[in-house]
Write a protein that binds this ligand. Structure first.
Ligand code: SF4
Length: 353
């Protein structure tokens, strides 16, 4: 029998009749925070309370794994160490540093918000979740994370990881946000929120939760038996791109400004139905964007064969030395890195020109 079931009813009602006792809540907070202190991963944005740095990390971590964020975070902070520096930058510069992280709308909105903070808020981020939510690109999750971690605002964060923990822990159906809010430790909201996210990311895993290592196991209602939502079906597609070089320059094509994905970013010229012969095929590479898995054929064309490319599209010859300054799509970066044409700047230091 777990601690929820054996405990006497009453005390904390959540939504439509959820019941926690103060002892259960105290136990949950204590165990979770003790576990977090012992097991938290040492991540750069956890070593400080700078609201700007926390904001950058939280935006980067949306739908992106920690390991993929670390290098980008270091480079971004080296280039734009303050909200003022970010506000002063031009958008292509911001997208270039963001390149490879995907979901570029995040970078555009963050840049826009930095300008609002700089121009209208004297360079200071709002100190509450409610105030932060008024900024472009900051929703319920991000505002709660920044406000609780940087300013101690007692608002529960509910991201995908926290949602899973709450779904499994709660004794009966009730609002996830409401349950998370009741469990939140108001004395240490930032640590508590990070602990919940960490628990979901490292222990309460979607398919095989490590319940034996879980600090709140005794209070968990399901111990991992809660069904997980089925994954979206993935789609397969095959596309072709051309690598065209002229000495130390490479031909790139800009995506339309109204494209639904990666608008305005630069990529290798797309090929339509008529592909060059197989003798021109350099390699095929796999690339995933949301639920679509692409097989991408990369063909080499000579500089005097650009007329073979489909009409339309804004194209430009870019020096290989300037590639780090261009907002490249993730696929273009991947291909150019594989060909050793593009070398990303060293993490944590200034951009190598
Ligand atoms: S006991 Fe298992 S299912 Fe429950 S919260 Fe812990 S890891 Fe998740």
């Amino acid at each position: 029998m777990n601690a929820w079931v054996s405990a006497p009813a009453t005390i904390q009602n959540v939504g439509s009749g959820e019941i926690f006792t103060p002892a259960q809540i105290k136990h949950f907070r204590h165990n979770l925070l003790a576990w977090y202190e012992a097991h938290a991963r040492d991540l750069p944005w956890r070593r400080m309370r700078d609201p700007y740095a926390i904001w950058v990390s939280e935006i980067m971590l949306q739908q992106t794994r920690v390991n993929a964020v670390l290098d980008h975070y270091a480079r971004f902070m080296a280039r734009f160490p303050t909200v003022q520096k970010l506000a002063e930058a031009e958008e292509p510069e911001v997208l270039a540093i963001w390149s490879g992280l995907g979901y570029y709308r995040r970078a555009r909105m963050m840049h826009r918000a930095a300008r609002v903070i700089s121009n209208e808020l004297k360079g200071h981020l709002p100190r509450t979740a409610a105030g932060l939510r008024r900024l472009p690109g900051i929703g319920a999750y991000t505002s709660a994370a920044i406000a609780s971690i940087a300013f101690g605002d007692p608002v529960a964060v509910v991201d995908g990881n926290v949602e899973r923990v709450v779904l499994r822990v709660r004794p009966r159906n009730s609002g996830i946000q409401a349950v998370a809010q009741v469990l939140l430790d108001p004395m240490r909201p930032g640590d508590f929120n990070q602990a919940m996210m960490e628990l979901g990311a490292t222990v309460c895993l979607p398919r095989n939760p490590l319940c034996l290592h879980c600090p709140v196991q005794k209070l968990c209602n399901t111990r991992g038996e809660h069904p997980v939502a089925p994954r979206k079906e993935s789609v397969r597609k095959r596309v072709g791109h051309a690598l065209v070089r002229r000495g130390e320059r490479v031909l790139l094509e800009q995506r339309a400004q109204d494209a639904s994905l990666m608008a305005g970013m630069w990529e290798l010229p797309q090929l339509d139905g008529t592909l060059p012969g197989p003798e021109r095929l350099l390699f095929t590479i796999s690339h995933s964007i949301t639920v679509t898995n692409y097989s991408v054929d990369i063909f080499r064309l000579r500089a005097d064969e650009v007329h073979l490319l489909p009409e339309g599209g804004r194209r430009k010859w870019i020096s290989v030395d300037d590639l780090a300054e261009i907002p490249l799509t993730g696929l273009a970066r991947k291909v150019l890195k594989r060909l050793q044409v593009f070398k990303p700047p060293v993490s944590g230091g200034p951009l190598q020109r």
